[in-house]
Design a binder for this molecule. Structure first.
Ligand SMILES: [Ca+2]
Length: 155
């Protein structure tokens, strides 16, 4: 479960990772060491990423951690968030437990959550999201309107 909150005047998108439950066990201990990686995406490209702390040996982690991205109002329509729950491993690669997406171009709940956030600016909106298996999407789109995200706010 996470909440989304957008402040149009400040151009600030806040995602608060609240908790997850019934995660898949990735370790032989029968549990996982989950942390959440949030990527700010634009047309298939990752612009920025942030992650939460790692909760050790649990399938029901509680985070209550806020992640903030700067997104100008003129760019909010083009971006989406890729939220990946990861299992930390001391040895070898960290594995993806599952992902979900929110944004204008996301599926059903991801799109509804996003439009609810835009309809109620400054108000955090929280929802549970199901995790799906991660599939790497190959996108060859380059440049385009994403470049404008780096522009400074107009005076
Ligand atoms: Ca692990």
């Amino acid at each position: 479960m996470f909440s989304l909150c957008y402040l149009p005047t400040a151009g600030r998108l806040t995602i608060t990772m609240i908790q997850a439950r019934n995660l898949k066990a990735m370790d032989i201990t029968g549990a996982s060491d989950p942390y959440v990686k949030v990527s700010l995406m634009c047309e298939g490209r990752r612009l920025k990423k942030r992650k939460t702390s790692t909760k050790r040996n649990t399938l029901n982690p509680v985070y209550n951690e806020a992640i903030v991205f700067d997104v100008l109002p003129e760019n909010i329509e083009q971006i989406s968030l890729l939220i990946a729950v990861m299992d930390y491993d001391r040895v070898g690669h960290n594995e993806v437990i599952g992902v979900c997406r929110v944004g204008n171009d996301a599926d059903s709940l991801g799109r509804e959550h996003w439009s609810e956030m835009l309809s109620y600016p400054r108000k955090p909106v929280a929802h549970w999201h199901p995790l799906v298996e991660y599939q790497e999407t190959t996108s060859s789109s380059q440049g385009g309107s994403c470049n404008s995200l780096k522009a400074p706010p107009s005076p």
